[in-house]
Design a protein around this ligand. Structure first.
Ligand SMILES: [Ca+2]
Ligand SMILES: [Ca+2]
Length: 182
């Protein structure tokens, strides 16, 4: 009898030890899982903080005026490259339709490419949407560049009428316009 008691005791002990090691493994896995969750939560917290920061500092490059959003560039490009940038932004170079819009663009107080060109036919100024120029705000001696200057630009912001025809390959700031449908 003492022999069988010893055997049972040994079996029980083995079983307890197995259970204990399984428990230790489970505990280790749980700790690893908790560490992973903690790491994921800290990553999510970082992302939320970044979103909050970006929302708190909206880009001052886009401004709304009378049914359109305008992007005023911080760097300079050629007329063609400027246009490409606007198109990449889902917009195009600005088309100026009236005095109110002209005055709005003047307030940026910069030389700016606008969506006007006579590159196809000298003297036949067209907007980038293909419409011919009807209402214009040329500076008094402009346009004067003949075939050398084929791209439209806003120049002296102090003048009410301040458009200039400029060499398209020169680099300037530019202004994009995106119509907003409400
Ligand atoms: Ca020209
Ligand atoms: Ca000119």
């Amino acid at each position: 009898m003492p022999g069988s008691v010893l055997l049972v005791s040994l079996l029980l002990l083995t079983d307890v030890l197995t259970q204990c090691s399984l428990f230790a493994l489970l505990k280790r896995k749980c700790l690893q899982l908790l560490c992973l969750i903690k790491h994921l939560l800290s990553l999510m917290f970082d992302v939320v903080e970044k979103i909050k920061t970006s929302l708190a500092q909206p880009s001052d490059r886009w401004l709304y005026f009378n049914g359109s959003l305008y992007y005023n560039s911080s760097n300079e490009k050629t007329w063609q490259e400027s246009r490409k940038d606007c198109i990449q932004k889902g917009a195009d170079l600005t088309i100026i339709n009236n005095r109110e819009e002209q005055n709005f663009i003047r307030q940026f107080k910069k030389y700016l490419w606008i969506g006007l060109t006579d590159i196809e036919t000298e003297g036949k100024w067209k907007w980038v949407d293909g419409t011919p120029l009807t209402r214009s705000f040329w500076d008094s001696k402009e346009p004067n560049g003949k075939t050398l200057e084929n791209c439209g630009q806003i120049k002296n912001p102090n003048l009410q009428n301040n458009w200039n025809d400029e060499r398209c390959s020169n680099t300037h700031n530019w202004i994009c316009e995106e119509k907003v449908s409400l």
